[in-house]
Ligand binder design. Structure first.
Ligand code: FPP
Length: 228
């Protein structure tokens, strides 16, 4: 296990569940089910490594356009996952937070999210952040509205305090699985100086071992933040 110098904030675009399922001759939903297991393994691993924030793209503002049955399945899976994970969160000192416009979800899912956030609020280890009905453009517009409502001066600090990620550090390492090389409206502000890694591995096949290798590569990169 590569425990030296873990990045403080890792963000992941978990892509390829559907293709994984198709390859196995299964329904797309089976890919999401398998993907949820990987979420669990990677989260526990990051907590053990000492990563402070793990932000996972679980449902985008654009994902509502998927077939109704798939959207419904994802909603049920999210709720089941959150309820099942509470013990794991508590045992591993993991705090749970959600970002995104949660108002579009059912009351039941909103309540579950709130309950898990509250029950894990005092955990000091990893913060697992799930991006739910999240889109960076939507987040930025909501932040601008908040700035206006509060009549705050437009500064980086004030703006960041109005983002859903207020209080989190910026992303150090961004990973996208499945071979696609794009950001897909994910954390556009927070990724300003992130190191990016794109792997062909489909999310359900992503392992803690591959994450360790990516972190090893990340630690070899020189981050200059615009300097020399
Ligand atoms: C992308 O695969 C994945 C998603 C849109 C949702 C991510 C969801 C999970 C990893 C499982 C549920 C998560 C939790 C936290 C319980 P895709 O469906 O776009 O795959 P494809 O591009 O191969 O079709």
């Amino acid at each position: 296990m590569n425990s030296q110098n873990p990045p403080k904030h890792i963000a992941i675009i978990m892509d390829g569940n559907g293709r994984w399922a198709k390859k196995q001759g299964l329904k797309r939903t089976a890919g999401h089910e398998e993907g949820a297991k990987v979420v669990r393994n990677i989260t526990i691993h990051c907590a053990k490594l000492g990563v402070k924030y793990l932000t996972l793209y679980a449902f985008s503002t654009e994902n509502w356009s998927r077939p109704k049955l798939e959207v419904e399945y994802l909603m049920r899976l999210l709720e089941k996952y959150l309820k099942n994970e509470l013990d794991t969160f508590l045992q591993n000192g993991i705090r749970f937070k959600a970002i995104g416009d949660l108002s579009k979800f059912s009351k039941s899912l909103q309540n579950t999210i709130k309950e898990i956030e509250e029950k894990t609020a005092n955990n000091l280890g990893l913060t697992q952040v799930l991006a739910l009905n999240y889109g960076s453009k939507d987040e930025i517009l909501r932040a601008i509205k908040k700035l206006n409502e509060k009549n705050l001066e437009v500064t980086e600090k004030n703006f960041e305090a109005c983002l859903d990620t207020a209080g989190f550090s910026e992303v150090d390492l961004l990973i996208r699985t499945s071979g696609e090389v794009r950001l897909s409206n994910y954390l556009l502000w927070q990724n300003a100086y992130a190191e990016m890694f794109f792997t062909n591995t489909l999310w359900p096949d992503f392992t803690t071992n591959e994450l360790d290798n990516i972190i090893e590569d990340f630690n070899k990169r020189q981050r200059r933040f615009g300097g020399v």
